[in-house]
Design a protein around this ligand. Structure first.
Ligand code: ATP
Ligand code: MG
Length: 420
């Protein structure tokens, strides 16, 4: 062991488990790629002000969880705690919203940083795959995103997740509700911090995880009863489209999310096998965010799914992903001449798309065959001095144990055909 350890709240992804993470990212991305979402990558840090304005001054993310710092040049930056504000910033900066058809549909995958209290499923460095559809107000778009996330989870074999759905209203109806909620909250027995939060962003109090707070919220007014006609109709259509797609959801009139920018459609994916870190993903509509960061009005919707918690959900359900073997062929040279000849063959195989590995370090036959078996390869290719003289190589099927001599010039084609 070195004298250093991974920083608190972080962990390393190592083989073989890391293959599951890659597969999860891939499974979440696949339905997006096939639905018109283009890949976007943005920097790991941004101006701290982007998140303060975009995510919201009153959110835990901004007040407590952000890794903010000043650079040597005097810039105030923050490691990105989430993806949406950056993606929208990038889209606006590149004028993507002017270049072609709206909505601009983008997907991303990357690392995010929050200074949280580390526990299972809650880390300081974590990974998300997200999708954003920018610049269109259309209930079918909200429905599309919910359906694609459902498809992603199902393609991984997950079953015990639930989709919670709510509408947070818009700039017409939300202020009226906000007032009503504030009046209600002022009458409760809450600590000072929470009362302050009730003044800045009362909806956030509904999301308070503490029992002492939750049990006082039973009679809280619900946004559902305050939605304006436009929001009601919009929400109804989202619900109908999602239902028509055969995707089951639960109406959750108390669902709010930890970011200030959400309007109208809001949803969360929860998994019942994860204890208190149950949210595997979440998202919603953020019609006001573009203007909040200095852009034009661009109604948008998106989600972010947590890769770490999705992997934990797979474990909780006992789902083992069928991961493709990384190596198909393992080459075992016996002697110096064989090493040169076989190494050239391995290079040729790789060029022809046959995944091959090699016994490095001058191992003897026994150790090399052990390495071959451990590699997960289907075939071993063994080359000794006599084989070289005869122009053949020994092809051993590591599943059946059967071994045959194959002509050196035929071996690549033979493996290609055997491996299909
Ligand atoms: P929570 O309520 O659990 O704190 P959140 O509302 O802060 O979640 P979002 O900002 O919506 O989460 O991020 C989307 C997803 O990213 C979450 O559903 C979760 O799967 C994942 N995620 C968020 N924070 C963390 C973290 N600290 N560690 C691991 N995964 C996280
Ligand atoms: Mg959080």
């Amino acid at each position: 062991m070195s004298t250093f350890k991974a920083p608190k709240g972080t962990y390393d992804l190592l083989p073989p488990d890391s293959a599951t993470y890659l597969a999860v990212r891939e499974a979440i991305a696949a339905p997006l790629r096939g639905s018109g979402y283009g890949y976007i990558e943005t920097p790991g840090f941004e101006s701290v002000e982007l998140f303060a304005r975009g995510v919201g001054e009153s959110t835990d993310i901004v007040t407590k969880e952000m890794y903010a710092f000043e650079t040597k040049g005097g810039d105030r930056l923050a490691l990105r705690p989430e993806g949406t504000a950056s993606v929208l910033r990038a889209a606006l900066e590149a004028n993507l919203h002017k270049a072609g058809n709206l909505p601009v549909k983008l997907w991303y995958s990357g690392s995010y940083y929050r200074y949280e209290r580390p526990q299972k499923g809650r880390y300081r460095h974590f990974s998300q795959v997200g999708a954003e559809a920018i610049g269109a107000e259309d209930p079918a778009l909200d429905a599309e995103l919910i359906i694609l996330a459902d498809q992603a989870y199902r393609s991984l074999g997950l079953r015990n997740f639930r989709i919670l759905l709510n509408s947070l209203g818009d700039k017409e109806c939300r202020p009226v509700y906000r007032e009503a909620l504030q009046t209600f909250l002022r009458g409760l027995d809450l600590d000072e911090d929470t009362l302050r939060r009730a003044e800045i962003n009362p909806l956030r109090v509904l999301d308070d995880k503490r029992e002492s707070v939750q049990k006082q919220l039973g009679d809280a007014p619900l946004l559902r009863d305050y939605l304006c006609d436009a929001c009601k109709a919009y929400h109804e259509e989202v619900r109908e489209l999602v239902t028509a797609a055969g995707v089951v959801f639960e109406d959750d009139p108390k669902l709010v999310r930890g970011l200030d920018y959400y309007t109208r459609t809001t949803f969360e994916f929860v998994h019942d096998g994860l204890g208190s870190q149950s949210a595997v993903g979440g998202g919603g509509r953020y019609d006001g965010l573009s203007e909040m960061i200095g852009g034009p009005a661009l109604p948008s919707v998106g989600w972010a799914l947590g890769v770490d918690r999705t992997v934990l959900a797979l474990e909780a359900e006992g789902v083992e992903l069928e991961l493709p073997a990384t190596t198909s062929v393992f080459a075992v040279p016996l002697g110096d001449e064989a090493r040169r000849v076989l190494f050239a063959k391995v290079t040729e195989m790789r060029k022809n798309g046959v995944a091959a590995d090699f016994a490095y370090g001058g191992k003897g036959l026994k150790a090399a065959m052990k390495a071959a078996n451990r590699s997960g390869a289907r075939y071993a290719l063994i080359l000794g001095e006599r084989d070289i003289e005869q122009g053949v190589v020994q092809l051993k099927d590591l599943e059946s144990g059967e071994q045959t001599a194959v002509g050196m010039n035929e071996i690549v084609a033979e493996l290609e055909s055997r491996l299909g």
